[in-house]
Design a protein. Structure first.
Lengths: 347, 322
């Protein structure tokens, strides 16, 4: 290795640590803002003291009433935590999909998980008329859709990425068609399904957090473990194969992990768009092109971004709510264009 | 179970569009009849042709209709209440009341003009206009009355009276309106006195969509002196009176009473108590979470009396505890 490349590596590492520090700071700031603002207008110092009081071994009178304590710990905090988890999972899954398909437009919904989960949610709300079945049905629907996409893709095109993506397009269109048909038949549940499609953290509680946690942990661990392989894949299927990487296997493992996490996330939060595509790209533009850093940084900035988007969703028209999927796109798109322009502008 | 009018409310929320034009007024050849509500002395059938003002403009009906198609569950209830039931040949798939209504698979939400024409109607009543639909029927020379979702109780009276004129049942329509009016007044009179500032939350769905005091629903609660916790959420009317509230706001507001308009959709006092953070609510602890009949509460027809009565009952049980 030459002296020059060593120096470049050292600089990359320094940039890497700075980027991680920025990511962690943004997560902490977003979480703090998320915990202190809200429609109930809780006293900020009371919130801070209640949080310290909640630490093991610390007793402190927060001065919050029983109702205020309940609002903070049962309604607001789980929503902040769930927002962070969903944002992290969607951003990491998006980064992984982009790597594994070498496609800048790939997002976690590429292989039909959104359409499948949407169909599952519609069946739960419109046909079974049971809100309790929403999460399990959405999860199963999302996983089933990607499973069918995979089976179809392999049957027509072996291990080619293109045939997989095309199969995903077909499966998504099919699932969406059935969903539209069911909604037309049971039109009185239209709004509930629509709310879910635009993303809903409004009903979040700790139960949703615990539901998502195992999938988020396992899937994120797998995607973290695969991030060096994603760098190898970036040179092309054949070239990666020549280096001894089983491309089809890597793709399958990453897709399964990303799908598991995405399906679990959308089953508790609805379809929150844009996070999975914009966060990894912003990270890539700002901090470099190696998946070794894109994957963990996407996790941090995805969590921070969705927490802040949710703050906007629940405060801009307080005490009413905005759909979070609208907020992510409304603020995310101009921000992304700004980053794109700044980074690619004067060259 | 089929419930369609909830959809209309839902669509208004979803599309965030306005609630249609001005309140419909009836135009008859004897305007005194509408203002005094005096029994008409003219024999039924002699008054045609008549012109009725719908939310789609004036509609002229040449002769007494004998084949009415109703694509609105509220209009169906009104038609049967005023005695026009025997003239109704088909109602849409959401019209589940009264029992004798001739339910078909016609959809009021995605109406199919050909399917409607196959019933050879001489009057069609719709509660939703998806765009171009009324014109398409009008092109077939069939009178169509479009009655949008009520924005006030007066719309209920106007629509019932309008249907009375259109179907040759004005007398009965006036009588129904009097019954509705006196029924609501009786429900309000029967309700116990409640402390100043007694407030409520009316839940439209389990994502905390609600109705403010400006809506038809909210106006009925207001008659009982109840205050609506949702009013600050739609002060400018940008949500057409149907905003989505934050969970923490509802808990912080701690309403005295919670009314569930979604009790046909899997929600009950038990499920409300299980929501994160809601167990501390006064209404939950004191058993003042009230499941309402989702059909009745989402329609603005003659059964609005039953809605008022269930509020009255809820207040009676609320007051008897304290």
């Amino acid at each position: 290795m030459t002296e020059g490349s060593t120096r470049t590596e050292a600089r990359t590492t320094r940039l890497g640590w700075a980027a991680f520090a920025a990511g962690i700071v943004s997560v902490v700031v977003a979480a703090a803002v998320g915990a202190t603002v809200g429609a109930a207008g809780l006293d900020v110092s009371g919130v801070a003291r209640a949080m310290v009081d909640a630490l093991p071994g610390v007793t402190l009178d927060a001065g919050l009433s029983e109702v205020e304590t309940s609002i903070l710990f049962e309604i607001r905090l789980p929503r902040v935590v769930l927002g962070a988890m969903v944002g992290a999972v969607l951003a990491v899954a998006g980064a992984s999909y982009q790597g594994v398909f070498r496609n800048a437009l790939a997002d976690p919904y590429l292989l039909g998980v959104a359409a499948g989960a949407g169909l599952g949610a519609t069946i739960a709300l419109a046909v079974a008329e049971s809100p309790a079945l929403l999460a399990p049905f959405a999860f199963v629907g999302g996983m089933a859709a990607v499973g069918i996409t995979y089976a179809l893709g392999r049957s027509v095109g072996g291990r080619s990425a293109t045939s997989l993506i095309l199969a995903g397009v077909a499966v998504a269109a099919f699932a969406t068609a059935i969903q539209a048909y069911l909604l037309q038949r049971e039109s009185d549940t239209l709004r509930e399904v629509y709310v879910w499609i635009l993303g809903r953290l409004v009903t979040a509680g700790w139960r949703e957090v615990w539901q998502l946690l195992p999938y988020a942990l396992i899937a994120t661990a797998v995607m973290f473990g695969s991030r060096r392989l994603l760098d190898v894949l970036s040179i092309g299927d054949d070239e990666a194969g020549a280096l001894g990487v089983d491309v089809g296997r890597v793709r399958a493992v990453v897709v399964i992990a990303a799908t598991l996490a995405t399906a679990a996330a959308v089953s508790v939060s609805g379809l929150i768009g844009f996070v999975g595509i914009i966060v990894p790209h912003t990270v890539r533009l700002l901090f470099g092109w190696s998946y070794r850093s894109i994957v963990p940084l996407s996790m941090l900035f995805g969590a921070a971004f969705l927490m802040m988007a949710d703050v906007a969703a629940r405060t801009l028209v307080s005490p009413a709510e905005l759909p979070i999927g609208v907020v992510t796109a409304f603020f995310g798109a101009p921000f992304f264009l700004l980053v794109l322009r700044t980074m690619r502008g004067p060259t | 179970m089929k419930r369609s009018t909830r959809l209309l409310v839902g669509l208004m929320v979803v599309a965030a569009c306005g609630t249609g034009g001005g309140s419909p007024t009836t135009v008859t050849e004897d305007p005194a009849a509408t203002t005094t509500r005096a029994p008409s002395t003219t024999a039924v059938g002699e008054t045609f042709p008549v012109t009725v003002e719908g939310d789609n403009g004036p509609v002229t009906i040449e002769a007494m209709p004998e084949a009415i198609v109703s694509l609105s569950s509220t209009a169906t209830e009104m038609l049967f209440a005023i005695g026009a039931g025997p003239q109704v040949v088909a109602v849409d798939d959401q019209s589940n009341h009264p029992e004798q209504a001739p339910v078909t698979d016609l959809s009021g939400f995605t109406p199919n003009v050909e399917a409607i024409l196959s019933y050879e109607p001489d009057l069609v009543v719709v509660g939703f206009e998806p765009g171009g639909f009324v014109e398409a029927l009008a092109a077939a020379d069939i009178p169509v009355i479009f009655y949008d979702a009520a924005t006030a109780l007066d719309d209920t009276y106007d629509q019932i009276e309008g249907l009375g004129v259109a179907t040759g049942h004005l007398e009965e329509a006036i009588a129904v309106n009097e019954t509705v009016q006196s029924g609501i007044e009786a429900a309000v009179a029967d309700a116990p006195d409640i402390p100043e500032g007694t407030d409520y939350y009316h839940e439209v769905d389990n994502t905390y969509f609600t109705a403010t005091s400006t809506t038809f629903i909210g106006q009925i609660y207001s008659m009982f002196g109840l205050e609506n916790i949702a009013d600050p959420a739609d002060e400018d009317g940008s949500s057409s009176g149907y905003p989505q509230l934050s969970s923490e706001y509802i808990v912080a507001a701690d309403p005295d009473l919670i009314f569930l308009a979604n009790s046909f959709y899997g929600e009950s006092p038990e499920t409300v108590a299980q929501r994160p953070g809601w167990d501390v609510l006064t209404a939950v602890r004191e058993g003042n979470v009230v499941g309402l009949n989702s059909d009745i509460v989402s329609r603005w027809g003659p059964r609005v009396v039953e809605f008022a009565e269930s509020i009255s009952d809820a207040l009676a049980s609320h007051v008897s505890q304290s």
